[in-house]
Write a protein that binds this ligand. Structure first.
Ligand code: NAG
Ligand code: NAG
Length: 306
């Protein structure tokens, strides 16, 4: 009797194992299993909340923090948030409007671990680059003001680049590369393929700021006008958009002036560029808020292969 029962149990376990095997193999093939368990990823968020002297608020763009946070943490990465001033960073209020929400902004709002980390970001000065495998900067206009010239941020990116660790930037955050040099003393972006929020999207955003409730598909009707505005020299464009003295510089123009091979898609289309140097250095960039999940998935791919 006893033996029979053991044999039956044995068969049963074998049956359970055999039926779970395909599911396990399938999950593995899809890559749904934790794959970045041993990877530490640093997010550097702006602490700046004023849009120049316009008395308008700015900060980080919610979707550009939320989607990469949720996608990387679901992939198993250990994420650390830091900002120049530490503590809770300011969010661009326009990025809280319903037109700017996604499934990731909702997940992020209900992610207690994420909200806890966000309420007490580390002070950037206290961060050790050697503790992390990659760094990511969410966009929003904030980084133009407090990260492009920030010595801690510049040193941090230079360390990551030297160590061939991925540097990922999105929308306005390629601005953080403005003063970053490579080991020869050239601009890091010189000769590299990169994208960012484009001048025509900047025009679109400036025109839409009064009409932020207008759905994106209607804003797209104004694209032709923004493309012709974007052909103007930087000074004239800034003046026309009332951004003179408001924005310190335009991200697309800064990248071109620093020798980058600037690439872009039409306004508000998802677009990601990964530039890998012969020696394995990676700059990963995304054009706009629509590119945030594409960029995050690409970063997971790069970290899995490292
Ligand atoms: C996750 O990151 C934190 C902060 O950098 C670090 O203290 C901790 O050791 C990391 N955990 C793992 C499992 O690497
Ligand atoms: C500031 O906000 C007001 C009202 O929301 C808007 O009309 C104006 O264009 C904004 N200015 C800038 C520089 O964004």
């Amino acid at each position: 009797m006893f033996l029979k029962k053991r044999i039956r149990q044995g068969f049963f376990s074998l049956f359970v194992a055999a039926s779970l095997l395909p599911a396990w193999a399938f999950a593995g093939a899809l890559g749904n299993i934790d794959r970045l368990e041993n990877k530490n990823v640093l997010f550097v968020i702006t602490s700046h909340d004023q849009l120049g002297d316009s008395h308008n608020k700015t900060g980080y763009w919610l979707e550009e923090l939320a989607a990469p946070y949720e996608i990387l943490s679901e992939a198993g990465a250990n994420i650390t948030l830091a900002s120049p001033l530490g503590g809770k960073p300011p969010v661009d209020p326009i990025s809280l409007k319903s037109a700017a929400q996604s499934k990731y902004t909702k997940m992020f709002k209900h992610d207690q671990q994420a909200q806890e980390a966000l309420s007490k970001t580390l002070v950037l000065t206290s961060v050790h680059p050697e503790d992390y495998d990659a760094v990511f900067y969410p966009g929003g206009h904030g980084p133009l003001y407090d990260l492009a010239d920030n010595q801690d941020s510049i040193r941090l990116i230079e360390d990551f680049a030297k160590a061939k660790k991925p540097v990922a930037v999105l929308c306005h955050s390629p601005s953080v590369l403005k003063n970053v040099k490579d080991i020869r003393g050239d601009f890091l972006v010189n000769g590299r393929k990169i994208t960012s929020f484009s001048d025509s999207e900047e025009a679109g955003a400036a025109l839409a700021r009064k009409y932020y409730w207008v759905p994106l598909f209607l804003q797209k009707l104004g694209n032709g006008h923004t493309y012709s505005l974007a052909k103007l020299p930087q000074n004239q464009l800034m003046e026309k958009l009332h951004l003179k003295g408001v924005l310190p510089f335009l991200t697309e123009d800064m990248l071109k002036e620093s020798g980058a091979h600037y690439q872009r898609k039409p306004n508000w289309e998802a677009f990601v560029v990964d530039d890998v140097t012969a020696d394995g250095g990676v700059i990963l960039s995304g054009q706009n808020p629509q590119s945030s999940s594409l960029l995050a998935k690409k970063l997971v791919e790069i970290l899995v292969s490292k």
